[in-house]
Design a protein around this ligand. Structure first.
Ligand code: CO8
Length: 304
């Protein structure tokens, strides 16, 4: 169990070790506090938590395990900032400056390399995993909170808006939104539906057509996130909010959530295969592959 002290130091913590059930895989650290019934899922797939097929599969397995665990009632999803990741493997104290100067990412969305230059079969398998992740998260019985401690474009935004509540770090360097059109690709109907359910039709229309990425203050204004807090308080605010949500009678809350989300979920469930076929034929088009290549080159140039 690792925690970050107020000094920006990463240290091993022994708090409530007997009550916690920590599992970790290569790309996820799950800290399940049995006393509170809350699990925190830390994404740590460097450099930017992009959602590859492997990573999506790990997320799905974890979501399924937590969903089936009656002792787990709430889930917080957050990112281990890239500066921490290298450090965590050796568990040593790090200085303030190296941590605070790093740009951070919640998730860079779907891994573009899974959609570029791949066979139709691979693209189909990848898309099935994207669907699965959304179905599990959007349809979860748990209270789900996104603790967004970095930028969250496209699939990262989808993950966030699939949760019940979003708390974002109030840092203008970060942004969130469904920017697919900027890559020359089109967000599918269930991305769009999830966005409509969050920010309404008009905001979604503009946001999707223009591929807008919102700074935290703008995201709060349109309801894309629910709360902004200083960067070092994202996780503690999420934990506090979780306590309030878990105080609501569980059965009533779960039925209400299902009533709100079921029509959106059913729309994909009853069209999964067609949605996969649509994706595969769209993404393998030469013109779309060219757009993806240009976008990746643009990312590299920006870096240079
Ligand atoms: N997939 C794969 N690799 C990525 C991705 C990604 N989504 N994002 C960044 N990377 C890579 C970069 O190319 C770079 O690689 P390298 O080190 O080899 O040059 C490395 O990660 C680090 O990236 P940056 O240097 O850009 O890192 P920064 O910390 O400066 O910036 C950002 C982080 C803000 C996340 C920035 O990387 C970024 O904007 N990334 C692109 C985000 C994006 O546009 N994602 C969209 C993905 S598509 C999607 O999620 C939905 C698709 C729906 C499909 C519908 C079709 C029908």
């Amino acid at each position: 169990l690792l925690s970050c002290s107020s000094h920006g130091r990463l240290c091993a913590s022994s708090t409530s070790i007997t009550q916690r059930n920590n599992s970790s895989s290569a790309k996820l650290i799950v800290d399940h506090d049995q006393t509170t019934g809350v699990a925190v899922m830390h994404m740590q797939s460097p450099p930017v938590n992009s959602l590859s097929l492997d990573f999506l599969t790990e997320i799905c397995i974890t979501l399924e395990k937590l969903e089936m665990d009656k002792g787990c009632r709430g889930l917080i999803i957050t990112s281990v900032p890239s500066a921490y990741v290298a450090t965590m493997q050796i568990i040593v104290v790090v200085g303030n400056s190296s941590v605070n100067s790093q740009p951070k990412v919640f998730s860079a969305g779907l891994d573009i390399l899974e959609m570029y230059g791949k066979s139709p079969e691979h693209c189909g398998e990848f898309w099935k995993a994207v669907q699965e992740m959304w179905l599990k998260l959007y349809g979860s019985n748990m209270v789900t909170i996104a603790a967004i401690n970095g930028s969250s474009p496209a699939g990262g935004c989808l993950m966030s808006i699939s949760c019940d509540y979003r708390i974002m770090a109030d840092n203008p360097r970060y942004s969130i939104g469904l920017n697919e059109t900027k890559l020359g690709i089109v967000a599918p109907f269930w991305f769009k539906d999830t966005m409509v359910n969050t920010v309404g039709h008009r905001n979604t229309e503009m946001s999707l057509e223009l591929g807008l990425l919102y700074k935290p203050a703008e995201a709060l204004k349109i309801g894309l996130v629910d709360q902004l807090v200083p960067e070092d308080q994202v996780l503690s605010a999420a934990t506090q909010t979780m306590t309030n949500w878990l105080a609501i009678p569980e059965h009533a809350r779960q039925i209400t959530k299902s009533m709100m989300r079921k029509p959106t979920i059913e729309k994909l469930r009853s069209n999964r295969e067609a949605d996969i076929q649509n994706f595969v034929s769209f993404i393998t088009k030469e013109s779309i592959q060219k757009s993806l290549r240009m976008y990746m080159e643009m990312l590299k140039q920006k870096k240079a």
